[in-house]
Design a protein around this ligand. Sequence first.
Ligand SMILES: NC(=O)C1=CN([C@@H]2O[C@H](COP(=O)(O)OP(=O)(O)OC[C@H]3O[C@@H](n4cnc5c(N)ncnc54)[C@H](OP(=O)(O)O)[C@@H]3O)[C@@H](O)[C@H]2O)C=CC1
Ligand SMILES: CC(=O)C(=O)O
Ligand SMILES: [Mg+2]
Length: 579
Amino acid sequence: MESTFKEQRGGESVLDLSPRSAVGGGVEDIYGEDRATEGQLVTPWTISVASGYTLLRDPHHNKGLAFTEKERDAHYLRGLLPPASIRQELQEKKLMHSLRQYDVPLHKYMALTELEERNERLFYKLLIDNVEELLPIVYTPTVGEACQKYGSIFRRPQELHNFLTGLSYIQVIVVTDGERILGLGDLGCQGMGIPVGKLALYTALGGVRPSACLPITIDVGTNNEQLLKDEFYIGLRQKRATGKEYYDFLHEFMTAVKQNYGEKVLVQFEDFANHNAFELLAKYGTTHLVFNDDIQGTASVVLAGLVASLKLLGGTLGDHTFLFLGAGEAGTGIAELIALEMSKRTKVPLEEARKKIWLVDSKGLIVKSRKESLQHFKKPWAHEHEPCNTLLDAVKAIKPTALIGTSGVGKQFTKEVVEAVASFNKKPLIMALSNPTSQSECTAEEAYAWSEGRAIFASGSPFDPVQYNGKTYVPGQANNAYIFPGLGFGLVISGAIRVHDDMLLAASEALAGQVTQEHYYKGMIYPPLSNIRKISANIAANVAAKAYELGLATRLPRPSDLVKHAESCMYTPYYRTYR
Ligand SMILES: NC(=O)C1=CN([C@@H]2O[C@H](COP(=O)(O)OP(=O)(O)OC[C@H]3O[C@@H](n4cnc5c(N)ncnc54)[C@H](OP(=O)(O)O)[C@@H]3O)[C@@H](O)[C@H]2O)C=CC1
Ligand SMILES: CC(=O)C(=O)O
Ligand SMILES: [Mg+2]
């Protein structure tokens, strides 16, 4: 049954009205929609949406038991709902209570997915209000297990809704080809859990409307034999397309993206294997608004943590020596941004700054004399040195002040390795960035115990606070989730047309700036995730400011107070009143 009804604005900007037939006194805004000017109430909109049974099945508009008596009358809901009418807060309380009854994280993931498919605003209300509790479910580590089992738990493609109805309103696409899903390898089409999870964070953490987000998996096959044999596998049963066939297809995709959504849609490349990731970023970085989260987002979040840690360690970035385990997207991406920041701050040439940074790959320390040819992204890191075959040998030879794990392989920071780093540093900085938890280079407990409580520790997947010798240590989560939602939102609100390295530095600076004395006192180098919306607004504002400064912004004129502007543009999950 179809009916016409009016939605009334609450205190929030009207962000997800799509029909152009809307009537009201709004002005054209950054979303290409009619929207009220700040603080002004306008005539409510009239939009056509389904009602009755169909309304209850529409996750964008369904409110479940929160429909008021008036709404039940106006929208043919009588007889379709039990009599009780409750507030969103009570729905949230009930759902959090039932979620907490599940012992298995994957069951929580499935319950949350079901909620998202049933009542989108309630899903985001839960996620925003309980971010520290629910992030490990919708994101790492549980999302990794969800991808591995996607074939068994897959129910329906919720993302199709945005594809079919939101065509011209898409602002952010997260795309993967599933070849390097976290540290879990090639999961083919089942990598879809990652774009879906990242976009949930774009909305909950960064404030991008859910209807403006589009997750995409480019299924070119998989080389994962186990999946190819799995009767529940949902993707194409073929080996990966490579070479010209692969690049032609990707080009077709990137061309179609621009044709359909314009040049201001952000395409975030996620979890591609490094033999494609660097090339795609370089190729489309000059023609599209693209961002590689694993190379660039990770770099920005780690640099923020390093800059913040200087408050605890003293000195400057240039006083440090960095050793990475893993020289792929994350490792070399971070290394390059550290070198860029060092060279900008101290005016030393980039090549000089790079000499403070060393990387170990699966063959040992990367050195000039290595016989085998190096992939292009490793070449800047091949310094003069004797070969070292193991991480422990490299640690002893290089004597790093900071040890950073980006190998995708768990348990590589052994007791001997951590003890060695701790032996020549008063406060060793240890980052175990590989995801999910099973792939973490070491646990928080190990880092603190093996360094006798002296380590400053952060990890890609979350660890609980650790008690050691009567003291509580709070490990940080060095994950690009701190950066990409705010960075992407900054690009959206400024209408940026390209991503520039200076924007990564701007995002990093904004994040580091949110770490306060109170956090340092607890040994933290990242602010708590419970503040993430405020953090994201600050990141978005700094990134947008950089976009305006570089002449890459198209939303003119530039708002004077960008933090306020970012906050006022953020999606909020409160129900609207329908009348
Ligand atoms: N915390 C965060 O925000 C992020 C975390 N990550 C995590 O980082 C990990 C790596 O991702 P990414 O850089 O994209 O992956 P890549 O595949 O691009 O790089 C992996 C690197 O690790 C090296 N490596 C693999 N095994 C070993 C080993 N046993 N000893 C030493 N080096 C080894 C590889 O060596 P070789 O080159 O010789 O093959 C390669 O250089 C993943 O687990 C991912 O989840 C990624 C992005 C963000
Ligand atoms: C966090 C992330 O992007 C990764 O592990 O790939
Ligand atoms: Mg990733």
